[in-house]
Structure formats: structure tokens, C-alpha cells
Design a protein around this ligand. Sequence first.
Ligand code: SAH
Length: 419
Amino acid sequence: MPILRQLLHYRSDAVCSTVWSLECSGCSDARTLGLLGLLGLLGRCSRSLRDDACVAVTLAGEGMLPGPSHRLAAIPRRPSPARPASVERMDLALLADTLAGRSQPAYRARQIWDWAARGAAGYEAMTNVPAALRADLAADVPFSTLELERQAEARDGTVKALFCTWDGKPVEAVLMRYRDGRRSICVSSQSGCPLTCTFCATGQMRFGRNLTASEILDQALHFRRIEAVDHCVFMGMGEPMLNLDAVLEAARRLPDLGITNRRTTISTVGWLPGLRRFVDEVEEPIRLALSLHAADPALRSRLMPVNERFPIADVVAECRRYVSLRRRRVFVEYVMLAGVNDSPDQAAQLAALLDPKAFKVNLIPYNPTGAFDGSSRPAIAAFKAVLDRSGVPATVRLTRGRDIDAACGQLAAQATAQP
Ligand code: SAH
């Protein structure tokens, strides 16, 4: 049942704990219900839907997205007809299935993955894999789940890539090159984002769906094929804690590409159901970053509607639990918006919220994407001085890739604006 399968993408904490209002264009039924009811209703409706019918799912709220109800997805019954249906399954699982179908020894999948993780350009480079099998794989298992649509390189060496998934969803990733030799990649966990932070270009786009682990890894592999990489941040499109299983599956394979767990950072708005799981379950030393942006709850709710649902005090408490359990500091991201969150008083409020032993603040010069202006250099310096005096460790993030619109969501937003 294609509609049910599509909806499984949303079987995240977002769906389970949210009241949904559903309108079915097939039978004009409209109601508000929880996840099980939603799936049950779709099961019944789908029998009466025509092939080209759509189901519009409208998120009714419960504080997650205050204001006008948010149209999350109009789900086409069929994927884009231009692409074969089998493409939907091209990933590591498809590779394993294909190898099993050809009675290959158990070590073969690992052998092929090791080549890919070391930056091989394609199956033909895998010289210890039999030539006939390489040819079969080239025909049956696409080498990447993503197609590269566009790539831009900034004067500072930053490379930003825009990819497209098999079902036409945009995905962005960035490679940042630093003078000290560090090579850091920034990857997306979702296409678009359902969380509508007001300063973020991704938040203004339409939400697509969660990415699979292979779709996340293929962003990293794309850059690995260009050069060696050693750091990864989940700070591209989307909220990683809404797609935690795929994010962790991908993060746990990054060491094969040369990116250790300690050099992997997952950034969150503070989506508590995923964050709690992360704190309890992840024993690898993967780092945690919190997008805070305002210590004052009312201002934070204005900038980040998710704060209504998961208040900052609860989120900070959960981060402290991470620190005491895992003995690692949490990075706090704070985007500097002129006249909005950048006054010395607001810096003092931030210092009061954060225990200097548990947090390290990263002040982020805003890459303007519309509604806000970035803070001036002197305003950022004055803000940092207040944190310094309070003993809260703080740095100002280097701005990378300004001339290629490397901020979260910018490239994809442009691509959607210019079809
Ligand atoms: N949803 C996660 C990860 C994606 S955003 C999160 O919010 O943490 C990664 C970081 O980029 C966040 O801190 C976000 O606030 C920041 N960001 C978004 N748009 C930006 C912009 N235009 N300029 C600078 N930073 C931005």
C-alpha cells in the first residue's frame, strides 16, 4: 500500500506524540487522531483512493508548530514516474541482497564497503572483487543513492553540493577546508525540516522526508571521493533527533571513512524524545551540540517554535544529564541576530543559564537568508566579552562559504525557487 509506506517515514517521535488532523481527498473524511488511528484510517481510505489521489496530512499542533496549522505533506500515490521503482531500494541493504542473490561469500559486502569508504570512484576500481561481479553490480546497484545536481566552490575552498534523492527530494551537504588541514563535512539528516525556525532557510522550505542511512552516508562518501575528510557535523538540513536511527547508523560507519566518533557532532534544537534516547543509548563518544539562540523562553519560542513544545529549561537539564553520564561538554550554538538576541544583557542571561563546566558556546555570525540581519563584529565581540567574564567558554565560529550561500538550506531553497 504505497500511502501507508510513505507515511512510515513519519513514524518518528514527531508523529507518535502528535495529534494529527487528516483530510482524505478520496472519501472527504476529515478528523483529528493519533498515530494508530491515522494509520487505521489510511488503511481504510486507501481502498477507495484512485491511483492519482493524494492524502493531505495537516499537523494540528499541540504546541509543536503554533500558529496556523502546518501542511506537512501532500503525498503522491506514486513516486516520480521518470525513475524506476527499484531505485527506491538502492542502498547498502540492496547491495547485501544482490550479493546474497549471487551466492557471494559473506565477506564480499564488507570488501566493497571498505573500497567505497576509502573513496573509490566506482565498482571498477575494486580490484580484489571479481570483474564479472563488478560489472553485475554496476548494472544492478547504483553506486550512490544520491544524484549530484549542483556543486559550488567558494573562494575559501568550501564546497557545497546539492543532491537529489530517487524521489526528487533536495539534499545539501558542505565540505569545509581549514588552514590547519582539517576537513570537515556538514551533512543533512532530512530533506527540508518540519521545525520552521524563523531564521533558517531550511525551515522556510517544504519538508520532504527523513533520509535513509545510505542517503546520509552518500553525502559523506561524495566528499571522501574528492579528498580525505576527518570531521563531520550533522548541521545540514533537518533535525537529526527526528531521524535518530538512520543518523546513528550513518554516524557509526563514519570511522571507516576516517571520521572518528569524537570528531562527529550531532546538532539538535532540543527535540527531547530523540535527545533522551541519544543520552541513554549512545555509548560511542559522539558529540552533542544544542542550537540555543536565546536564553529568554519567549524570545526563543519566537525564533524557534519548537521551544513551545520542549522548553529550554527541560532541554538544558537533559544536556546536563548527557554531561554527567558521558563526561563530555555540550556545544551550544548561538546565531547572532542584530537587535534580536545580541545585547550584553542577553549574554548575561545566557551565562546564567549555562554551567561553565558543562557547556561551551559557539557564537555563529548569521548568514542572512531573509528576515534578519547578522550582528556586527563589535556586537559579537561585546557579547563574547560578557561570556568570558562569567567564565563560560566561548568562541566565534569562522564564517565559511559566504559567496556560495553555504548556510543551512540556502542552496536547496534557491533550487526550489528556480525550477
Ligand atoms: N536542526 C539541527 C541541525 C540543523 S541546523 C539544529 O538546529 O541544530 C545547524 C545549525 O545552523 C543550527 O544551529 C542553526 O541554527 C544554524 N543556522 C541555520 N541557518 C543559519 C544561517 N542562516 N546562518 C548561520 N547559522 C544558521
